[in-house]
Design a protein around this ligand. Structure first.
Ligand code: SF4
Length: 444
């Protein structure tokens, strides 16, 4: 069937896998679809589907979206709080949860009902819209089948650089973990759904044929691919996944995502060493068992130490993420984090201030925490000259420490120090804006 509707899928900053996937899907349904990154080109489409990943997008793109014509629909992880999306952005409809099933219904409805407004979609599950001043949410979209996905690959994919990769490819969805700061289980559910290996390989070939070289695999925590029970990792499925993708990309062009420190084995590390660029990334978050428990991270410091030790035994480079200023983190908890970071001597560190994602436990905690009690809004007495908050001070201290105590120490020059101060200030500014946003009452 030849459809006349023109659809543009817009991704503001980089080619997210979600945007490529939805574009491929709409194309498969027989519609004219254009995939666009950024706002530079004028959009002329009947329907504009905007894929947003981060809460800060709600604040950063208000003006740009105002200037776009067409029926505007927002989808992506940011829709964990559809009320917030509709409060912030001038859009017609929000796809709530996974979009694959809902998007087809929306387009089909649109085709049969020209010039609809949000409320016309009231019988469609999985959407939210404004009806006068009220926000109506018709429920969460049903979980999608992960069979036979084939993304649309943009022409300039070879120049895309998402943390070193041209593309992040989805291997599975969902995570049985329960980390309070993370939107993955809230958005994709807690059951792991894995794509068939043959579909993944077909898509890898499709990306390579169209110019991509460096591929990272994404999807909750890597080693959960193929497993159907938490703590019961299917080593064989994960090893086979790495081996088969690596046969196509070459090991140096394959990056794996984060691995939980309690979902590892010698076989997994051996495969990472053999079939990937040789890095592993652990979500470490804190050196305080008390804070890890409060985060519901489900691992403790001993497990982290063991995981890093095991990875080293297999000659794998180690990187880790840390979160500072989580609600309830006391000075002594932070000192434990510094001590752990020093002891681990990782090859790379990623340090962030706790960012509340609406719809997560952390989002709720920050919502209920007054500005006065939130250390992101308390002035640091240590770095008065730089006008930092206590949260920014902790991020800066940990960043400085991480350069000194990494596997290859990096001298702390004035330039590096300035860059780190700029980095913590930028993080602090961003998270303050998000915090203020989620604490502003919204009309329901
Ligand atoms: S294990 Fe990773 S993906 Fe799962 S909830 Fe925790 S941070 Fe999120």
């Amino acid at each position: 069937m030849n459809h006349k509707l023109n659809v543009t899928v817009l991704t503001p900053e980089f080619y997210s896998y979600g945007a490529l996937l939805i574009s491929g899907l709409i194309q498969r349904y027989g519609y004219n679809v254009k995939l666009q990154k950024g706002f530079d080109q004028k959009i002329e489409a009947d329907i504009v589907f905007i894929s947003l990943q981060s809460t800060i997008h709600l604040l950063n793109y208000q003006e740009e979206l105002e200037n776009i014509d067409g029926f505007k629909i927002v989808g992506g992880p940011v829709t964990l709080s559809p009320e917030l999306v509709l409060e912030c952005l001038p859009v017609d409809l929000v796809v709530v949860g996974e979009g694959e099933n809902t998007i087809y219904n929306i387009i089909e409805f649109f085709e049969n009902n020209p010039n609809p407004s949000g409320p016309d979609f009231k019988h469609l599950p999985g959407v939210a819209f404004k009806d006068k001043d009220k926000t109506i949410v018709t429920g969460k979209g049903s979980l999608a089948s992960l069979d036979k996905h084939l993304s649309m690959v943009p022409e300039n994919i070879s120049s895309e650089n998402i943390r070193g990769a041209n593309v992040y490819l989805e291997t599975h969805r969902g995570c049985p973990g329960n980390c309070g700061f993370c939107g993955v289980p809230c958005f994709f559910g807690r059951k792991v759904r894995s794509r068939p290996l043959e579909d993944i390989l077909k898509e890898v070939k499709h990306f390579l044929r169209n110019g991509a070289q460096r591929i990272a695999i994404s999807g909750g925590t890597g080693s959960l691919y193929g497993s159907n029970k938490f703590k019961n990792v299917d080593d064989d499925a994960f090893v086979e996944l790495l081996r088969e993708i690596s046969n196509l990309t070459g090991p140096k062009n394959l990056t794996i995502p984060d691995i939980r420190a309690d979902l590892i084995s010698d076989d997994i590390f051996e495969a990472i060493n053999k079939y990937t660029n040789g890095w592993v990334f652990f979500g470490i978050e804190s050196g305080s068992d008390r804070v890890l428990k409060h985060m519901k991270k489900g691992i403790n410091v001993d497990q982290i130490l063991e995981a890093v030790h095991m990875a080293r035994k297999h000659n794998i480079k180690t990187a880790g993420s840390f979160i500072v200023a989580y609600p309830g983190e006391e000075e002594e908890d932070f000192q434990d984090t510094i001590d752990l970071a020093d002891e681990l001597m990782l090859d790379d560190y990623f340090i962030s201030i706790a960012e509340p994602i609406p719809g997560t436990d952390l989002g709720d905690e920050i919502l209920n925490l007054s500005f006065e009690d939130n250390i992101l809004f308390q002035k640091s007495q240590k770095y008065l000259k730089h006008d930092l908050s206590i949260a920014e001070e902790r991020a800066l201290d940990l960043m400085m420490e991480s350069y000194i105590f990494r596997s290859y120490p990096v001298p702390m020059t004035q330039t590096l120090l300035k860059n780190l101060i700029d980095e913590v200030k930028s993080q602090g500014k961003h998270i303050k804006r998000v915090t203020e946003l989620i604490k502003t009452p919204i009309k329901k």
